[in-house]
Design a protein around this ligand. Structure first.
Ligand SMILES: [Zn+2]
Ligand SMILES: [Zn+2]
Length: 138
């Protein structure tokens, strides 16, 4: 019984992150979602499941741009360790900076500063164009 219950929690978490693959989540948002779905679970269990999913490379663990909190996003088939991400601090949307320029940035930083960029641990903060136009309307 115990095992079945655990499987369901991690499946639900993965589904949720997958369906919202353009966003990042922290553990309490996932907790709120599971509670709404009437799945009884505590935060410690959620953290355990998130770590397991990250270990299996199904999701990526990263640090939020606007605060020090740890967030998670869907990894999918993307090679997220090879590019940087921008995260909107208003809506939480994530943009994958995929493209050749990513390699140019990494080479530039290496040549200029002798700096090895670790894409997985970094994300750029800012405001996306949707949120900018929304705030311009108000
Ligand atoms: Zn990515
Ligand atoms: Zn936004």
């Amino acid at each position: 019984m115990q095992k079945q219950y655990k499987t369901k929690v991690s499946q639900k978490i993965l589904e949720y992150i997958q369906e919202n693959s353009e966003r990042g989540f922290n553990a309490s948002e996932i907790y709120a979602y599971l509670t709404k779905e009437e799945i009884q679970v505590n935060l410690a269990t959620i953290y355990r499941n998130l770590d397991k999913l990250a270990e299996n490379k199904l999701i990526t663990k990263f640090k939020a741009s606007s605060s020090d909190s740890v967030m998670y996003r869907y990894a999918g088939n993307r090679r997220c360790q090879e590019h940087l991400h921008m995260q909107c601090r208003v809506c939480g949307r994530i943009y994958h900076l995929e493209g050749d320029f990513m390699n140019e940035i990494a080479v530039y930083l290496r040549d200029k500063f002798g700096f090895e960029l670790e894409c997985e641990a970094s994300s750029l903060g800012g405001i996306c164009k949707d949120c900018i136009s929304r705030s311009a309307l108000n």
